[in-house]
Ligand binder design. Sequence first.
Ligand code: AMP
Length: 533
Amino acid sequence: MLFSELGLGSEVLRAVEEVGYTTPTPIQEKAIPWVLQGRDVLGCAQTGTGKTASFTLPMIEILGRGRAKARMPRSLILEPTRELAAQVAENFELYGKYHKLNMALLIGGESFGDQIKKLERGVDVLIATPGRMMDLFDRGNILLTDIKVLVIDEADRMLDMGFIPDIERIVSLLPRKRQTLFFSATMPPEIKRLADKFLTTPEEVTVSAPASTATTVAQHLLVVNEQDKREALRRLIATDDVKNAFIFCNRKKDIAVVHGSLVKHGFNAGALHGDMVQSKRTETLEAFKAGSIDLLVCSDVAARGIDISDVSHVFNFDTPHHSEDYVHRIGRTGRAGKLGRAFTIATPEDGKLVQAIEKLIGKEIARFTIEGIETAELSFDADPRRRGRGAPKKDEPRRSGRDRGERTERAPRVERPAHVHVEPEAAEAAIEAHQHKRERHEPRHDRNRDRSEPRQDTRPEGRGEFRRDEHRRDEYRRDRDDRRDRRPRRDEDDDRGPPVVGFGDDVPAFILRAARPPKVSAVEIETVDGVEA
Ligand code: AMP
C-alpha cells in the first residue's frame, strides 16, 4: 500500500516523502483511514512500529481545516514522559511543515512563562505530560472546552507511573463530543477498563502481539554473583564491539553507582533518570544521540520509548522486576532493521524473574559466560528483592548460592553453543585501550578536575527561587502520585519500605519518602557497600 492511498492530503504526503518514508507501516495503514473518518481508535502497538505517525499524520490533516482560539487548544496529546512528549512534538514539526499549525509542548522542568505565552497565542496541538498539564489548568491558563481530538499514548506506562488519576481528571474536563485515540503496548484489565470508559465504539487496531521481542536482537543472559556484576559489565562493554548502549538499572541509587564506576574506569558514560532536572535530562539525551556519550546508564522511566534507531547494545545491569520491561528495554536496540545485542546480568536470586521473562517471550535466553568470572546458578525460591544483601564482604571468600545452603534448582536447559567466552587478557587489553582513548579525548580542564568534588548531574541547578520551587513541586507530585497509585512506581520499587498502615489514603508524604542515600562522587563510590567500584 502507498501513503497516497490512505486519504492524506498533498501537503502531508509531500512532508512524508521528504522525511524519506516510502510505504506506511502496518499501524499506519490500519489506523490512518479510521482517524481521518473521525472514528475513535484503540491501538495496541509498541513504540518502534511507526505508531506516532499513525496519529500525527491524520491529525495534521484534520486540524489543518480550522483555527485555534487563545487558551483553547483544539487537540491534546498526553504522553507519560517528557522525552516522549518532545519526540512527538518533533514529529509534528516534521510532518506539519506545510501546515500553519501552532503547537505547544507542556512538560515539567521547562519555564511556565514560555508555555503560558504559547497558550495565549492559541494552539492547535497541545502535547503534554499529565502533571504539567494539570498545573497549567489549575492556574487557569488553559480551557479544555474546545478539544476535538484527544490522544492518550503509552497508556500502560501512564498506569505504571501513577498518572491514571490525573488522566481521568483531564478527560472529565474535556467535551464529551470528541475523537479519542488510545494507544498502549499492552492491554491489562485496568487499561481495558479505561479504554471502555474513554472511547466510543472504537476501531481496534493491533499490530504485533504484545510483548514480542524483535528478531533482530540477539539476547544473552549471564548469571554471576552480585559482587561480580560491575566487572562483568565492563568486560562485556570492552569486548563485544559496543558502539553505544543503554545500561538499565532497577534503582536510581544503582544508576549513580554504575555510572560512577564506568566513568572511573575510563568509559564514556552518562546517566539518565526521572529525578534529574529537565535541562540535564535533555542535554544527556542529546549527547547520547549525537554520539558524544557512548553509554547511557538509565532507569526504565527515563529511557522508555526513546527513538534512537542506531543503538548497538542494551545491557540489563539488573534483571527487570516486571517481565514486560525486559521487552521494552531490549527493544531499544535492533531498531529500524539493524542488528542489536542485549545482555542481561542476573544474580542467583533473579531466578524467578528470569523464568517470568522467558515465559513471556516464549523462549530461553541464551546463557553466556565470561572466562575468569565465576558463573553462578539461578535460584528459584529466593526473593529477588533481597538481592545483594547476603553478598560477601570484600575479603570474604566467594560462595555460590548452593554453598550458602540455599536450595537451588537447575537453570532451564539451554543450547550449549550459545555459551560464549571472553578471554580475560583480551578484556583487560580492551579496557585499557578504552582508558587511553578517553584520556586522549578528555578536555584538559576535565582531566584536572578534582575528583573528590561531587558530580552535578542529579542535582537541581538551583538557579533562583523559581527553579527551587519547581523542584519542590515535582517532589511533591512524585509523593502524591506514589500515594494515589496502588501499584508501586517501578523504578523505585526497592526504595520503598513496607506499606504504611493506619492512614488510609492520606499517608503524609514525608512518611512515604524513601531515605535518600548520600550523594556519591566517583571517588566516594569506592566505599559504597564496601565493594570496590
Ligand atoms: P514510532 O513507533 O512512532 O516511535 O516510530 C519508530 C520509528 O519509525 C521512527 O524513527 C520513525 O521515524 C520511523 N517511521 C515511522 N513511520 C515510518 C515509515 N512509514 N517508514 C519508515 N520509517 C518510519
